[in-house]
Write a protein that binds this ligand. Structure first.
Ligand code: PHE
Length: 460
């Protein structure tokens, strides 16, 4: 039964322990997508109605695709391009799915680094006590993101950090950060939830977030929910294929996939519990404010954390520091996909691959850095009405991941086959809990749901 020993491959770096892999995968998943992306997209798409669709998308589509990517990764021990090449017939077009993933990773990284750059700036802003009670947090955001030099400078700083970690390689670079970060982030978030839900005005925010108005669900809400789920879970572009490629055969992939999916979703849910009560407390409209919304809203909480002003300073600095590290463990996975491709397929050294790709992504990110006030037409694209960063987020952070995930589910469900997948899952102890459910979800539910939603977009 065991067909998993492919002995001709050179020895490959693997994670130091099971826990290290799970934490690194969680580190990839948990990032700006949870704390910045989720509340922003949920606010724009009706709050509670979005939450319901989002949770369904995570359970029925996200979790199965997560397992699918881990299976492909561990089975082939390759980057996404190499993985599709290894599992399909020679000359097959399936490698393009891997190629799309590589491209998508570099482009997502370009704007991801811009937002993460704001986070870096906010570490210092909070530390010097900028956000005292009653501070004009929107104006402060405008100062950081609207100034071309600070926006590009912090974007560059974050990109350099990302490149640095990727050069360090999988074990030394990525593992070290995530072990301490995840629990600490969780604790700080829990405290912020507590602060937010005890504000005056919180009930209205909780109502918006937790009381679904099902009439608000439409095709765009569903697509946004699916796209956001893939973005938040790091799916559809091969990040989990790449991380899965470093997993040892002894690991239980099913429990890994479930843990990462569950933890990621919990963090996003908590971010909503912080943002929406605070938003209503401050009398702001959900769904407006664009990419800066979360920064404006979160910092308005800091002035009211006792004892003033130190509570807000300590808390805020800690929070943005952790958020920046969470973003870093995600951005590293975005860059690692393309880097692994250059290293495995083109024989480029890790050093060179990381630097060149980071430089490319930095340059692609410059318009996004200028799209929040610095340059007028980038901040409001003619004909589209959104800013350039939001535009890239929608096209690459959502559509491209949805399409990538569709192909991954079709590939594993119908081309390479769930029977092979089954063998890979059972490689450690012969068991595949929820195997039949997964089979059904990955072959039918995920592809049909995605195709249906994409097709209905094309209808008038
Ligand atoms: N999941 C990451 C986040 O939520 C972003 C990401 C998307 C990382 C796709 C890798 C691949 O911040």
């Amino acid at each position: 039964m065991d067909t998993t020993t492919e002995s001709v491959k050179p020895p490959r770096d693997t994670w130091g322990s099971k826990l290290a892999f799970v934490l690194a995968a969680a580190g990839s998943a948990i990032g700006l997508g949870n704390i910045w992306g989720f509340p922003t997209v949920a606010g724009q798409n009706g709050g509670a109605a979005f939450l319901v669709v989002y949770l369904m998308a995570v359970v029925f589509i996200g979790a199965p695709v997560m397992l699918a990517e881990l299976i492909i990764g561990r089975r082939t021990q390759r980057n996404p391009v190499g993985a599709f090449r290894a599992l399909s017939r020679p000359g097959s077009r399936w490698v393009w799915v891997g190629g799309l993933g590589v491209l998508t990773g570099v482009i997502i990284l370009s704007f991801y680094s811009v937002i993460a750059g704001w986070t870096l700036a906010y570490i210092f802003k909070t530390a010097i006590g900028t956000f005292e009670h009653g501070a004009d947090t929107a104006a402060i955001f405008g100062d950081v993101a609207g100034n071309p030099w600070t926006a590009i400078g912090w974007h560059l700083a974050f990109m350099i950090l990302t490149v640095g970690v990727v050069i360090g390689g999988v074990r030394d670079g990525i593992e070290r950060w995530t072990k301490v970060l995840m629990p600490a982030l969780f604790v700080l978030l829990a405290l912020l939830v507590f602060r937010a839900v005890t504000l005056s005005g919180a009930p209205a925010g909780l109502h918006f977030y937790l009381n679904p108005d099902f009439s608000k669900i439409n095709v765009r809400v569903v697509l946004a929910a699916i796209g956001q789920a893939f973005f938040s879970l790091s799916l559809g572009m091969g990040a989990m294929i790449t991380y899965g490629s470093y997993v040892s055969k002894k690991d239980d992939l099913v429990s890994d996939a479930l843990f990462v999916t569950g933890f990621d979703t919990l963090i996003a849910f908590m971010a909503g519990l912080i943002i929406f009560p605070t938003l209503f407390h401050a009398g702001l409209e959900p769904g407006t404010g664009g990419p800066g919304m979360v920064f404006v809203v979160l910092t308005s909480l800091l002035g009211s954390i006792p004892p003033a002003p130190y509570g807000g300073i300590i808390f805020g600095t800690g929070f943005f520091l952790l958020l920046a590290i969470a973003a870093l463990t995600s951005s590293v996975s975005l860059l690692e996909v393309a880097a692994a491709w250059l290293i495995d397929e083109r024989n480029v050294s890790r050093h060179k691959a990381a630097i060149w790709l980071g430089a490319l992504s930095f340059v692609i990110g410059i318009p996004s850095a200028l799209a929040n006030g610095a340059v007028g037409w980038l901040s409001r694209l003619p004909g589209l009405g959104t800013d350039f960063l939001t535009f890239l987020f929608t096209v690459f952070g959502q559509y491209s991941l949805v399409i990538g995930s569709l192909f991954i589910s079709l590939f594993i469900g119908w081309v390479w086959g769930t029977r092979n997948a089954d063998v890979e899952v059972r490689a450690n102890n012969g068991k595949f809990p929820l195997g039949r459910t997964w089979n059904f979800l990955i072959r039918f539910v995920a592809p049909v749901a995605i195709v249906a939603i994409l097709a209905s977009l094309l209808l008038p």
